[in-house]
Design a protein around this ligand. Structure first.
Ligand SMILES: *[C@@H]1O[C@H](CO)[C@@H](O)[C@H](O)[C@H]1NC(C)=O
Ligand SMILES: *[C@@H]1O[C@H](CO)[C@@H](O)[C@H](O)[C@H]1NC(C)=O
Ligand SMILES: *[C@@H]1O[C@H](CO)[C@@H](O)[C@H](O)[C@H]1NC(C)=O
Ligand SMILES: *[C@@H]1O[C@H](CO)[C@@H](O)[C@H](O)[C@H]1NC(C)=O
Ligand SMILES: *[C@@H]1O[C@H](CO)[C@@H](O)[C@H](O)[C@H]1NC(C)=O
Ligand SMILES: *[C@@H]1O[C@H](CO)[C@@H](O)[C@H](O)[C@H]1NC(C)=O
Ligand SMILES: *[C@@H]1O[C@H](CO)[C@@H](O)[C@H](O)[C@H]1NC(C)=O
Length: 603
């Protein structure tokens, strides 16, 4: 523990053979002295950004706003998070869309860091920082946090932010962060590209669904409440319960290995008619690049000192009273020190400033949970090694009186995995194929009727890792289809939602000796895509496709990048029932050479 104090958060103890491809550390820090030397000095601070679609509210003046935190994160390693009083918006402020605005700036040399923001233990944002430059950088993240309405409207709560940073003679960057909440009226929520439609938007959407899907007994149902499917969260939950740790260590659980199960006992209201667990996940240390970790046998046979091993499959598992109830293979977010730091300036990797959270519908488990007793919710990482930062929010929707539920079907096996490993000395090929089908269903009897919720899921995982001479090559694919169907007593479909995710990732790293002694020349490539598609209703869908293609060279000494060249091309397409947004960004050697935005639909 004490030893770690002097090391940056993200990388393990440097190993001697770090210049060899088979065990190289894919986490670097850009050397500000050398790289900014290539450019004009004394330049103005540069704005960094993650490519994402704008919020409908971005150009609108908020109805009200609350500034909650202005803080500088200097040497904060090992300290508890910063916590401040959170003040909800005044009752006179009429709003239907809430946005968390996170602004940061930093100057000097510094590693990228992970950060989390919580209110009362409920996580609202998981973010990572960009690596700064001598001239300084700044960025902002705007996140729709309307789904946390029940928390952000409560008085007397505490907002906490954790960002462990180390400042010394060499790593001088202090992260200055400001957080505010912006509250917008209906107006903002109604314009195209709204993630959360406001009152009237939601109604038209629902009417569309109703006319298609239900006949007859519609009037008995409070359609606005029941029809809003799991995704998108047209209506925020009535209650959000944190499944998180103690304040001192940041609310996240630090999961150290595959046997480490973090359990939380919760007793939920008997009025609950819908429950969704939202997982926040990030991976660090020896598992920061889990998808490129060779098996233990390879590391042991070759007498390597690296801790980055245990194969390239990981899954976050959620259990209820010890039974597997959900599983997530997280999107492989690459932080700004990852693979080649030159890729990530000024455009960061997919998800780096706003890490995705993952929803697991636990409604089929209400039959178990509604007995007025405590149940244990467990979080763990299949095959995980040190360390993962994980916590969850349990979103609950409440009826006005008690609800009865009965579980009908339940089958949630572990991922079925096949592994093929072949290696001779340091050259090897490692393949993993995983697959799982699961289903769970239950009746929920509430004032909205007797509704059956059925959740089925099919997940596939494929990974090929090749180590050959100076080359390291990864091809990985994560695919999952989740179907959520709600039917009434006579079998009429009320909600029919399908979520398809597809996360392909290709990485290649070639490491050659550099011209100068002690340096190496690395040729790096990353091709990655995040595809999240939601289909609900007949013509309603919400489709995101975000691709990045990065190629570059860098001269590296130890963990420092001394020089190099890089390009990063990102293509972002988003479409929902209100419209489309696409953006095409090309960055060459840190300069944005093309940035085109279209609001016409390309698909
Ligand atoms: C910067 O580059 C020069 C020459 O390439 C090298 O001598 C020097 O050590 C580098 N500086 C740092 C801080 O690595
Ligand atoms: C943060 O700084 C701004 C600008 O000076 C100020 O208006 C705001 O009240 C500050 N917020 C907090 C929580 O101190
Ligand atoms: C944060 O607020 C302070 C005022 O308190 C301001 O000087 C600073 O520029 C702000 N920083 C960012 C990153 O917005
Ligand atoms: C909030 O705290 C204040 C002061 O501690 C107290 O007077 C007030 O009643 C609290 N409000 C609520 C809703 O708990
Ligand atoms: C769905 O789209 C088709 C073709 O665009 C259209 O004919 C149909 O009326 C739409 N249905 C609904 C319920 O909007
Ligand atoms: C990625 O970029 C490289 C070089 O710019 C190019 O050769 C390659 O075809 C691109 N790949 C994709 C999938 O666009
Ligand atoms: C994105 O922009 C680049 C550079 O302007 C261009 O070459 C490329 O064809 C564009 N791609 C798409 C899909 O629009």
């Amino acid at each position: 523990m004490v030893l770690l104090l002097f090391l940056p958060l993200f990388f393990a103890i440097p190993i001697q053979s770090s210049l060899m491809s088979s065990s190289s550390q894919p986490h670097f820090v850009r050397s500000t002295r050398n790289i900014s030397g290539n450019k004009m000095s004394e330049a103005a601070p540069q704005q960094y950004f993650e490519v994402t679609h704008p919020l409908p509210s971005d150009d609108i003046t908020p109805a009200c706003s609350v500034s909650v935190l202005n803080h500088s994160f200097g040497y904060t390693y090992g300290s508890p998070p910063v916590s401040v009083d959170y003040t909800p918006p005044p009752a006179t402020c009429k709003w239907s869309l809430a946005v968390l605005e996170f602004r940061a700036e930093c100057k000097g040399e510094q590693y990228d860091r992970i950060a989390g923001v919580w209110i009362d233990g409920v996580e609202l944002l998981r973010t990572s920082t960009a690596q700064p430059t001598e001239d300084g950088i700044f960025w902002s993240v705007r996140k729709d946090v309307t789904r946390y309405s029940s928390i952000i409207t409560k008085p007397n709560l505490t907002l906490a932010m954790m960002l462990e940073n180390i400042v010394n003679d060499e790593y001088t960057g202090v992260y200055h962060v400001n957080i505010s909440f912006l509250f917008y009226s209906d107006e903002a929520a109604r314009v195209p590209l709204s993630i959360i439609p406001g009152e009237s938007g939601a109604r038209t959407l629902n009417r569309k669904l109703i006319s298609v899907k239900t006949h007859g007994n519609v009037d008995q149902l409070d359609i606005n409440r029941v029809l809003n499917p799991l995704y998108p969260y047209d209506k925020p939950a009535d209650l959000v319960i944190p499944i998180s740790g103690a304040l001192d260590e940041g609310f996240w659980f630090r999961i150290q290995d595959e046997f480490h199960v973090q359990t939380t006992n919760v007793q939920i209201s008997q009025k609950t008619y819908k429950a969704v667990l939202e997982l926040y996940v990030s991976f660090h240390g020896d598992d920061e690049f889990w998808y490129m970790n060779p098996p233990d046998s390879y590391v042991e046979t070759n007498h390597l000192t690296t801790g980055r091993a245990h194969g390239a499959y990981r899954e976050v598992l959620v259990t209820i009273d010890g039974q597997l109830a959900g599983a997530v293979i997280p999107f492989p977010v690459i932080f700004t020190g990852g693979i080649n730091p030159l890729f990530w300036e000024p455009v960061v990797s997919i998800g780096a400033f706003d890490l995705p959270s993952y929803d697991i519908d636990l409604t089929p488990f209400l039959g178990l949970l509604l007995d007025n007793k405590k149940h244990s919710i467990g979080l763990q990482v299949a095959d995980g090694i040190s360390f993962w930062l994980i916590d969850a929010n349990l979103h609950l929707w409440l009826d006005h009186s008690n609800v009865n539920a009965e579980m009908l079907k339940y089958k949630f096996p572990s991922m079925e995995i096949q592994r093929v490993s072949e290696f001779v000395r340091l050259d090897g090929k490692f393949e993993i194929d995983g697959e799982r089908s699961s289903k769970a269903s239950a009746w929920v009897h509430s004032s909205y009727g007797i509704l059956k919720t059925k959740v089925t899921e099919k997940a596939k995982f494929k990974s090929k890792l090749k180590l050959e001479g100076t080359m390291k090559e990864l091809k990985q694919r994560i695919k999952k289809t989740t179907k959520i169907k709600i039917t009434d007593e006579i079998g009429q479909v009320i909600v029919n939602l399908e979520v398809k995710i597809n996360y392909p990732l290709k990485i290649s790293i070639d490491t050659q000796p550099g011209l100068d002694k002690g340096t190496s020349l690395m040729t790096t490539k990353v091709e990655q895509k995040r595809s999240d598609r939601f289909f609900y209703g007949v013509n309603n869908s919400r489709v995101l496709s975000h691709k990045q293609n990065c190629t570059g060279l860098m001269v590296v000494k130890g963990n420092s990048v001394l020089s190099g060249s890089s390009d990063n091309r990102q293509i972002y397409n988003y479409q929902d029932e209100f419209g489309c947004y696409s953006r095409n960004v090309t960055v060459v050697d840190g300069d944005v050479v093309a940035d085109r935005t279209l609001t016409t639909c390309v698909v």
